[in-house]
Design a protein around this ligand. Structure first.
Ligand SMILES: NC(=O)C1=CN([C@@H]2O[C@H](COP(=O)(O)OP(=O)(O)OC[C@H]3O[C@@H](n4cnc5c(N)ncnc54)[C@H](OP(=O)(O)O)[C@@H]3O)[C@@H](O)[C@H]2O)C=CC1
Ligand SMILES: O=C(CO)[C@H](O)[C@H](O)COP(=O)(O)O
Ligand SMILES: [Zn+2]
Length: 341
C-alpha cells in the first residue's frame, strides 16, 4: 500500500512523502487518531533545535506522543478498531543491563526517524499497548509524556535513599504536573512540594501539599529529593535552587532538556553528597506501567484532563501549521491534534 507521511523538511515547512509499505510481515498497522505536541517537536518545528541537529535529523515526520486505532494485525492479537498507544522508542538490540531508551542503537521517532504524523504507522508488535474502551483519548494522547515521568520515578525508586518525607518538583508545566501527580499517588505518605515561576500555573497543582513561586521560597524549606522538570536555560536556575534546598545525600532526577550548556555547582554536589540521575524518554515497561496506572486510577485521569490545552482537528497541512503555531502561544497544557487528515 502507499502510505502518506507528513515530514518536516526545514523550519516550519512540511511536505507529504509517499512511501510504499508492505502488509506482509508482522507489523501492526495503526491509524493515528489523537496526537500530542511535545516541546521537542516544537524545537524542530521552529528550528530552535540548532542548525547541526536540523541538518542531521530532517526530513522526518514529527510527533512521538499519540494513540490510534488498529487497522491491521496479521496475528489478530488486537481487534480491528481497538485503541492502542504507540511507543516511539524502537530498540534494535536487547541488553541485560541498559534500558532500551538508553541504548545508542535504539531509534526514536521524531528524533531522526519518522514520527506519528502519517496516515498509517507500521509498528513492531511490542511497540503498541492496548487501551480500555472508556479511556479519555485526549489524555491518552500524551501517554508518552506520562511514561517519561513514570520512568523517572521508577529510576528514582531504584537509586535514591529511602527517606522520602518531602519530594520537590521544580517546573510548573506539563512534565512537572505529571511528575508531581505520580509522586503524590505513589507516595501518599510523602509531602510533594512544587516550585514554579507562575502563580496561575501553580494554582492547577491542587493535589500538591505546597506550591512555591521560585522567587518567594522561604529559606528554611527543605526537600529530601528533587525532580527537575524545567528544561532550557531555566534548568540551570532550577538546579542551583534545588542545591540550596535539598537535604544532604538527596537525589536529583534531571528531566528537562536544554539546548544550552547548563552550569552546575559541582562543589556543592560533592559537598552535600548529592546524586544526579539523568532520565530520558521511556520504554515498553514504562508504557505498560503507565497504561495500568491510568486504568486503575480514574481520579488521576481526571487531574490529567486539566492538562488538555488546545484541541485541533487536523484535515490538512495548514491545520498542522495552525496547531503548532497555536501551541507556541498557549500558556498552559498540552496541544492535542485529532488526526483526520
Ligand atoms: N526527559 C525527557 O525524556 C523529556 C523531557 N522533556 C523536557 O522537559 C522540559 C519541560 O517540558 P514541559 O513540561 O512540556 O514544558 P513546559 O514549558 O510546560 O514546563 C516548564 C515549566 O517550568 C517553568 N520554569 C522556568 N524556569 C523555572 C525555574 N527556574 N524553576 C521552576 N520552574 C521553572 C516554566 O515557566 P515559564 O513557561 O513561565 O518559563 C514552565 O512552566 C522540556 O525541556 C522538555 O523538552 C519533555 C519530555 C520528555
Ligand atoms: O521529548 C522527549 C521524549 O519524550 C525528549 O525530549 C526527546 O526525545 C529529545 O529528543 P531530541 O534529542 O530529538 O530533542
Ligand atoms: Zn517528548
Amino acid at each position: 500500500m502507499i502510505n502518506q507521511i507528513y515530514r518536516l523538511v526545514s523550519t516550519k515547512q512540511i511536505e507529504i512523502t509517499y512511501k510504499e509499505q508492505s502488509l506482509e510481515g508482522d507489523y501492526i498497522v495503526v491509524r493515528p487518531t489523537h496526537l500530542s505536541i511535545c516541546a521537542a517537536d516544537q524545537r524542530y518545528y521552529t528550528g530552535t533545535r540548532g542548525k547541526e541537529a536540523m541538518a542531521k535529523k530532517l526530513p522526518m515526520a514529527l510527533i512521538h506522543e499519540g494513540v490510534g486505532k488498529v487497522v491491521y494485525d496479521p496475528k489478530g492479537d488486537f481487534k480491528t478498531g481497538s485503541h492502542v498507544v504507540m511507543i516511539p522508542n524502537t530498540p534494535t538490540q536487547v541488553d541485560d543491563v541498559i534500558a532500551e531508551n538508553y541504548l545508542k542503537t535504539s531509534k526514536f521517532r521524531s528524533s531522526g526517524y519518522d514520527g506519528f504524523m502519517q496516515d498509517y504507522v507500521f509498528l513492531e508488535r511490542d511497540r503498541v499497548v492496548g487501551l480500555s474502551e472508556d479511556i479519555n483519548l485526549q489524555v491518552a494522547a500524551f501517554s508518552e509524556l506520562i511514561s517519561v515521568s513514570m520512568h523517572a520515578v521508577v529510576r528514582f525508586e531504584e537509586r535514591a535513599h529511602q527517606r522520602r518525607d518531602v519530594l520537590g518538583v521544580w517546573g510548573d508545566g506539563n512534565l512537572g504536573f505529571i511528575t508531581a501527580l505520580i509522586l503524590k499517588k505513589r507516595y501518599p505518605e510523602s509531602k510533594v512540594y512544587v516550585f514554579g515561576k507562575n502563580h496561575s500555573k501553580l494554582s492547577y497543582f491542587s493535589f500538591a501539599d505546597e506550591t512555591y513561586q521560585i522567587d518567594e521560597v522561604p529559606e528554611d524549606v527543605t526537600v529530601d529529593h528533587a525532580f527537575e522538570c524545567v528544561g532550557g536555560i531555566g534548568s540551570q536556575y532550577a538546579v542551583e535552587q534545588i542545591i540550596n534546598h535539598i537535604q544532604p545525600e538527596g537525589s536529583i532526577p534531571l528531566l528537562g532538556v536544554s539546548e544550552y550548556p547548563v552550569e552546575i555547582n559541582t562543589r556543592m554536589i560533592l559537598e552535600r553528597g548529592i546524586t544526579l540521575i539523568g532520565s530520558s524518554r521511556s520504554g515498553r515497561s514504562d508504557f505498560v506501567e503507565t497504561v495500568n496506572f491510568l486504568h486503575e486510577n480514574p481520579e488521576v485521569v481526571e487531574y490529567l484532563e486539566t492538562l488538555i490545552g488546545d484541541v485541533n482537528e487536523i484535515r490538512s497541512i495548514d491545520d498542522i501549521h495552525n496547531a503548532f503555531e497555536r501551541d507556541l502561544t498557549t500558556n498552559w497544557g498540552k496541544s492535542v491534534m485529532e488526526w483526520k487528515i
